[in-house]
Design a protein around this ligand. Structure first.
Ligand code: IVH
Length: 670
């Protein structure tokens, strides 16, 4: 290909990927593939300067904003740049040497770099005016971002008001990354095995998708975190070093990326990067490299920036975790909720320290789209804790006998016909053995009935031996003790312990019960919300759609799933059988009789010492009610920073209004 053609081709592909990444929150390319194209394009442009144009993606940041998008847009007060991305030690050395030269440093003058992880999430720009969060924008094209304030405000560790006594800068843009911790992501995946929004592919994609949701209530249910790493425009303050800035950010209540370190030499910079890469899997969130910033703010100023990136900061990327493997066969797997998903079984492959044997393909639509076939040579990628994914198919290595993979017509386990729901196939036979194993394991899991010793292996044995034919059979195991003892690896002691545990778990809290029985879209959190609201199983099972929708955090999808669950005769039988077996979900304590009984709280504005949710939980635990809206029934209004119209209304009604400090006092006394 001629350089001009290759350049045009690369630009086109990069633009498409940018557009997907910034506007749809997902891209078909992996970061490594993207970076590779970018590096190649830049190299070609360097070699052929006459072909460089201002419109090239190398000359700008991000994608143009989607026209007619769902969010208002605003200009950043100062441009949001990107970082020069380097992979090779030599390139890092070149970058450092250039900075040193621009600063006219002598060989023995040390230059201090402040190092921290490069977080793999989505960046955001928060504007604080006199210490109060007034706006939160996405990066957008670097000049203009989308107004995501409502969504960003739901993030638990993001202060609505800067902590401490001030004085605060009149205006300050605080930049950082919205991320989902590995643990949060796994919990979310378990909570919502499938959902109409599609499967969650990885933490970064999920964050990107979540921030674009139009309903902040849904956003709030996703475990997002914000980690601050830079400031943009600042009025009325200055920070001498990046290290000092990090300390300031932390004192204002922000989380900052850890582990951080300073490096006074190239050797130390490499050592930081290598150590971080080595510890990558142990750290609580995804990162794709190290960031090194010249620590001294005056020197940063002196170095300045190119159109795209600062000359005082670099991203030193980790090696991508990619490997080649072969798809041995493609199987249909039946999950606990009956979702039938494709799984690729791979030739065992070493990838970043683990042997990979399976890759998830998520759903049949995606499988068809990527056209993954049995026998294909593929590239797989592992991102943190998540199951590896197939990121590329080497179609050119396919043999002539290769045929596209087909979704099954019937459930691979019980052979009942399957139903299509959106992108998913479902086996709707609740007695299906595959589902049964999954359902029983889930029922016994720690966040549900918490029966230790009923993991997948044991349950599979029980189902296979036909000792367990339905969920409720778990509670009849005592009468089958003899049979149990005949099973492989079921000793006297462990069997005895298991039976004892089962007996002890017959009266679970309602929330655990609801989580355990496996209502589609009802995970641990929703189960708690429902239990709190309805208090007893009987009240929940007779709830109407409108009553369900009145529960904080319940939308149409959940309400529908709950109604359908209780309407299904088979489920009614299961519930009756559980009752018959002595299972009695305990009414959710409404904590009547606590020291705050009879009081009704409203929280408005952001609190600095706890999230609003926590505040609600605290007063509820003390017997009070917490409601969302101001009315005459409200007895106490707690006004945090940035309290708006609710406060005005409360004042009008002459309600009792407390500051956050006064509220702390109330809690302490109660
Ligand atoms: S500093 C001008 N620090 O990487 C410097 N960025 O490619 C502003 N990122 O848009 C960025 N971790 O989303 C900085 N510790 C960190 C970072 C970080 C992740 C992201 C950020 C930025 C992108 C640059």
């Amino acid at each position: 290909m001629k350089p001009a053609d290759e350049i045009e081709d690369l630009r086109q592909r990069i633009r498409t990927a940018d557009d997907q990444y910034y506007n749809e929150g997902a891209s078909e390319l992996t970061d490594a593939q993207y970076d590779e194209m970018f590096v190649r394009l830049r190299a070609l442009e360097d070699q052929n300067p006459e072909l460089l144009t201002a419109e090239s993606p190398t000359q700008s940041v991000g994608a143009p904003l989607q026209r007619g998008g769902s969010f208002a847009t605003h200009e950043h007060l100062s441009q949001m740049g990107s970082l020069e991305s380097l992979m090779q030690p030599d390139d890092v050395e070149g970058f450092v040497a250039r900075a040193r030269k621009l600063l006219e440093l002598d060989e023995d003058d040390a230059l201090r770099w402040s190092c921290e992880p490069k977080l793999d999430g989505v960046s955001a720009n928060l504007l604080y005016e006199d210490g109060v969060l007034t706006r939160g924008l996405s990066r957008g094209d670097g000049q203009t971002g989308e107004d995501l304030t409502r969504n960003l405000r739901t993030i638990r560790n993001l202060p609505a008001k800067l902590a401490g006594d001030g004085p605060f800068p009149a205006k300050i843009e605080i930049r950082g990354e919205v991320i989902m911790s590995k643990r949060g992501f796994t919990a979310l995946q378990q909570r919502e095995e499938t959902s109409s929004e599609g499967t969650f592919r990885n933490a970064r994609n999920t964050v990107a998708g979540t921030l674009k949701l139009l309903d902040p209530r849904v956003v709030k249910r996703r475990p997002l975190d914000f980690l601050a790493f830079a400031v943009g425009h600042v009025e009325g303050a200055a920070y001498p070093t990046h290290t000092a800035l990090r300390e300031k950010l932390a004192s204002w209540g922000f989380a900052v990326a850890e582990p951080a370190a300073t490096a006074d030499s190239l050797a130390e910079l490499h050592a930081y990067h290598d150590e971080l890469e080595r510890r990558r899997d142990e750290l609580p969130y995804e990162m794709d490299g190290a960031v090194a910033k010249v620590d001294d703010a005056a020197l940063q100023q002196q170095l300045g920036r190119t159109s795209r990136t600062p000359r005082w900061a670099l991203a030193y990327k980790f090696k991508p975790r990619l490997a080649r493997s072969r798809v041995e066969h493609i199987d249909a797997q039946v999950g606990r909720t009956g979702a039938v998903t494709p799984v690729a079984h791979l030739a065992p492959t070493e990838l970043a320290g683990v042997t990979v044997r399976n890759a998830s393909l998520h759903n049949w639509a995606l499988l068809a789209e990527r056209d993954v076939r049995e026998g294909d040579v593929v590239e797989i990628q592992r991102a943190g804790d998540v199951i590896p994914e197939i990121v590329r198919v080497f179609e050119e290595e396919r043999g002539p006998e290769s045929t596209p993979a087909k979704p099954p017509a019937a459930c691979p386990i019980c052979v009942n016909p399957l139903q299509t729901e959106g992108k998913f196939l479902y086996c709707v036979n609740i007695d299906c053995a595959a589902q049964l194993v999954g359902r029983v394991v889930h029922l016994a899991s720690r966040r549900a009935f918490d029966i230790e010793g009923l993991g997948p292996k044991q349950v599979e044995q029980l189902v296979e031996a036909e000792i367990v034919r339905s969920v409720e059979d778990v509670f009849a195991l005592r009468s089958r003790e003899e049979q149990l003892l005949k099973l492989d690896r079921w000793g006297k002691r462990s069997t005895h312990n298991l039976l004892k545990q089962i007996d002890e778990r017959r009266e679970p809290a309602l929330a655990r019960f609801l989580n355990g029985v496996g209502i589609r879209h009802v995970g641990e959190t929703t189960a708690k919300d429902l239990a709190q609201h309805f208090s007893t199983l009987d009240r929940l099972r007779t709830a109407t759609n409108a009553e369900l929708l009145a529960v904080d955090g319940v939308g149409d999808e959940v309400a529908k799933a709950v109604l359908e669950f209780f309407a299904l005769e088979k489920n009614q039988q299961t519930l009756a059988a559980l009752h018959e077996a002595g299972v009695r979900p305990q009414a959710c304590e409404r904590t009547d009789g606590g020291p705050l009984t009879g009081r009704v709280f409203v929280f408005t504005g952001g609190l600095t010492t706890m999230s609003r949710d926590e505040a609600k939980e605290r007063v509820e635990a003390l017997g009070a009610k917490a409601v969302a809206g101001v009315s005459k029934k409200v007895t106490d209004v707690v006004a945090g920073g940035d309290a708006g119209s609710k406060l005005a209304k409360a004042e009008k009604l002459g309600l009792r209004i407390h500051t956050e400090d006064e509220f702390q006092e109330i809690l302490a006394q109660a």
